[in-house]
Design a protein around this ligand. Sequence first.
Ligand code: NAI
Ligand code: OAA
Length: 382
Amino acid sequence: MESIREASQRIARISAHLRPPNSQTEESCVLKRADCRAKGGAPGFKVAILGAAGGIGQPLAMLMKMNPLVSVLHLYDVVNTPGVTADIGHMDTGAVVRGFLGQPQLENALTGMDLVIIPAGVPRKPGMTRDDLFNINAGIVRTLCQGIAKCCPNAIVNLISNPVNSTVPIAAEVFKKAGTYDPKRLLGVTMLDVVRANTFVAEVLGLHPKEVDVPVVGGHAGVTILPLLSQVKPPSSFTPEETEYLTKRIQDGGTEVVQVIFFSSFSFLGAHWLNYVKQCPCYWQAKAGAGSATLSMAYAAVKFADACLRGLRGDAGVVECAFVASEVTELPFFATKVRLGRRGAEEVYQLGPLNEYERVGLERAKKELAESIQKGVSFIRK
Ligand SMILES: NC(=O)C1=CN([C@@H]2O[C@H](COP(=O)(O)OP(=O)(O)OC[C@H]3O[C@@H](n4cnc5c(N)ncnc54)[C@H](O)[C@@H]3O)[C@@H](O)[C@H]2O)C=CC1
Ligand SMILES: O=C([O-])CC(=O)C(=O)O
């Protein structure tokens, strides 16, 4: 007869075989990961996502796992990375996926990375501006950038966390303090503005979005988002109404996801009834307080990260818009088209000819941008 002790030892042996081979249970498995014949080292780039368990982070991680230029994908967050890593790690694409949880694992997550993408931080709720996120996200970005300065100072950084107009100056100041700042390697991600602009302009022109290229300059918040419709490719003309509609819709694209904006169509109701409509939740909240753009942002982030990786690989003619250190205006940071190469944003392009509408927009954008940039700089220098 089997004793209770022998029976429990047998059950322990069986359950060790049944557990999934993640980092916590690997010890008890017969076959360890290290014994497997795949030794890694496939050609490609090493990419870390910080904030990988979030609304943007998860679809972004999935899309980066599908990118053939990525050989190693590190997923870091302060919550839930074991589950997200196990899930994405089962996809039968080439990149090796590793998860890192919490501050003590940040350095391991970052060591050896070629590209670090940062969507960590809180998103907007209805009624908030991006600047309202500053108090929480500034500290998060500072900590993560301190880690980058220490563990992968030569990595290209794609900064998504809002308010981008302030978080990019924060990152620059952290890197300056650490003595690792290379302006070419720090890029604020404004790609979603371009993605939206291409979509909305294509709709107005009756074209496929892939046929359209709209430069969007300035920054990434409200009036600082400045689409240059006079430079749209293919060359197109717009009526004043189309220009006004497109500019506003591109500038308010983020808010349209957080909360529906179509009150102007109700203006015939008068102020009293308009206020009533605004209070109605089904008209007011698109994501009902559950956050901001995540899926289109993950798409845009991957589009931009892929461009950075192609630049790192040495591909010629990789050009995208990004919020970078710049001498295009009197401001220290500004979004324009940049050429991406082995060292990051190797060339920052000038604005090109603007029409009167765009010149007025540029002055408004610069005024707000100057304050947001200064706020970020002061946060570190104070
Ligand atoms: N640049 C752009 O075009 C866009 C920027 N955003 C911004 O991206 C950020 C993230 O948005 P969502 O993914 O929707 O938010 P989310 O709340 O769904 O995800 C954020 C993730 O960051 C993690 N996180 C928080 N503190 C962290 C830390 N210290 N270290 C590592 N991870 C940390 C959270 O645990 C969470 O998983 C927000 O600031 C949002 O405003 C959103 C859309 C577009
Ligand atoms: O609007 C937000 O808060 C998120 C964002 O930056 C965008 O969707 O463009």
